[in-house]
Design a protein around this ligand. Sequence first.
Ligand SMILES: C[S@@+](CC[C@H](N)C(=O)[O-])C[C@H]1O[C@@H](n2cnc3c(N)ncnc32)[C@H](O)[C@@H]1O
Length: 285
Amino acid sequence: MTDPNEFTLEERDFERIRQRLYDVAGISLSDAKRTLVIARLSRILRAMRLPTFDAYIEFLETEATASDAQDFVNALTTNLTRFWREEHHFEHLVSHIGELMETRKSVAEKRLRIWSAGCSTGQEPYTIALSLLAAYPELKRWDFKILATDIDTSVIAKAAAGIYPESELNGLSAERARLFEKAGEGRIRVPAAVASLVSFKPLNLMSPWPMKGPFDAIFCRNVAIYFDKQTQGEVFGRLGQILAPGGYLYIGHSENLGSGSAGFRLVGKTIYQARSASERARNAA
Ligand SMILES: C[S@@+](CC[C@H](N)C(=O)[O-])C[C@H]1O[C@@H](n2cnc3c(N)ncnc32)[C@H](O)[C@@H]1O
């Protein structure tokens, strides 16, 4: 049992923690997140045998290694996700990719790129791969890759393993559940042919992005919800630049593009299509 009053979080320390997380990850912590901060960071204080939050922040600001700084971010992200979350997005994706495949006939054109930005423990990119391979087995012969990124290195490691408790299948149809393999000891595994389509990489959306795109579709769902309005607009605007014209952006059910909406048209519930360059120019005129 841990004592909830083991460490006291002074207002000044909460502010410094908030500021640090905002500066590093763009994440805005509301006052309501005080208890979460205490619970998550107390574990680190205990492990490091530090007496107070003040001592921890002092450590972060002076002698922390990159790995200590990463532990701070990992502790404060929220990673809730599941297979086929907001399933209408995957239905839309399957039909969009089907139409797109009709237009890409030559070997050189048979290329498909999808990005799951803020992929957490991997259920989102694996759902993309499972849905598309089940609908279009010929994609195995395409140059088809899914990039899956997250700022939190611990979730990226779990995602790359591709192994989950069987309880992850709860609520899925028998048809979808059959797409996984049994891994023993109450666990399931994403089949190797599916997992090989997905590359997991750590990436902070606040940093420059090393990839050029263009992507045919981007999922950035339930990530910007933790950012303030200005940061949301900037991130969605950048996503519009790296999407292929006509490509789709899928966002979370409670999110909107805000000031990043200029390059998009709304085509479905939380589904946006990137406008072509000429459309953007016409809109701006
Ligand atoms: C609630 S999960 C969403 C997972 C998945 N997209 C879904 O909708 O089920 C939010 C994820 O965003 C990640 N995240 C938060 N800030 C980020 C940032 N600045 N750059 C990249 N990922 C970030 C978190 O680490 C977390 O795994």
